[in-house]
Design a protein around this ligand. Sequence first.
Ligand SMILES: Nc1ncnc2c1ncn2[C@@H]1O[C@H](COP(=O)(O)OP(=O)(O)OP(=O)(O)O)[C@@H](O)[C@H]1O
Length: 299
Amino acid sequence: MRLIECKGLSKSYGSKQALKQVDLTLDAGTPIALVGPNGAGKTTLFSLLCGYITPTSGEVSLLGHKPGDAALLGRMASLPQDATLDPNFDILTQLVLFGTLQGLSKKEAKLEALRVLSLVDLADCASQKPKSLSHGMAKRVAIAQSLIGSPEIVLLDEPTAGLDPANAKKIRELVRELSGKTTFIISSHNLDELEKLCGQVLYLELGQLTQSVSMDDNQQSQFLTLTMQQCDSEKLLDGVMGLADINSIEKKQHNEFLIKHNSEEDYAIESALFTLFKQNSWQYKAILKGRTLEDKLFS
Ligand SMILES: Nc1ncnc2c1ncn2[C@@H]1O[C@H](COP(=O)(O)OP(=O)(O)OP(=O)(O)O)[C@@H](O)[C@H]1O
């Protein structure tokens, strides 16, 4: 069964068309990224998938059901960008309530609430009220809430925005760890993060789905992205072009170069590069097989 299917999905707010004829088919698996400039329609698409708003035209289904259908209770969840907690109740009480709304008994809901809080390292805060939490902690509680009942689909809108680097890393690890059972769809502006986490990247622009990029292409493609610590750029461009099986090398940004080659053996190219670096006493920082997500989307 398809995880998510959209056919000709459109949404207008008055005269503003936020989403235009989006056709989309997603299957369960590695996390899927949703990227696009401000105002591209990402939140609108998430809101349609959650059933918070209805389409102007077109169809959308999740696990074979319409958004908001009772059959999806406990099978899909979302972390909205502006998720807020009720200031009057402690964290545990709020999470237990969400568990019981999914059909768990009070006892089961309490165990589940504590389980998801420990996933985000906040079990110690269970009895605290939201006002005593930092912004990042509140965000982690909201992520915990979306994990109640181990849903098959979880939509995360900017899950690591505002989190410190250590906590952002923990959330990425958590998403990776839970990805066998849950398919995460993550809207974010952080391309580095999405590149590390996601198997597929959807690009929305002016309400239209303009690109769907598979990160697995990296393994097959004959590209290397080279980031140098220090080097003479002109000399590097000439030096690399002088190696066997090189089609082109392009400077992408400061100390970052994209190499296209026609060798079946990445290893042969890599070893020729290392020899070149040694001859010139250049230090490299990273060699990535394939192109960066930024390069795939914007060039
Ligand atoms: N309730 C609304 N009423 C009128 N226009 C809206 C409404 N919600 C969104 N829009 C408009 O629809 C378009 C898409 O907005 P949306 O919030 O879906 O974009 P987004 O990709 O999530 O943006 P961001 O990255 O800034 O969060 C924008 O032009 C926005 O101004």
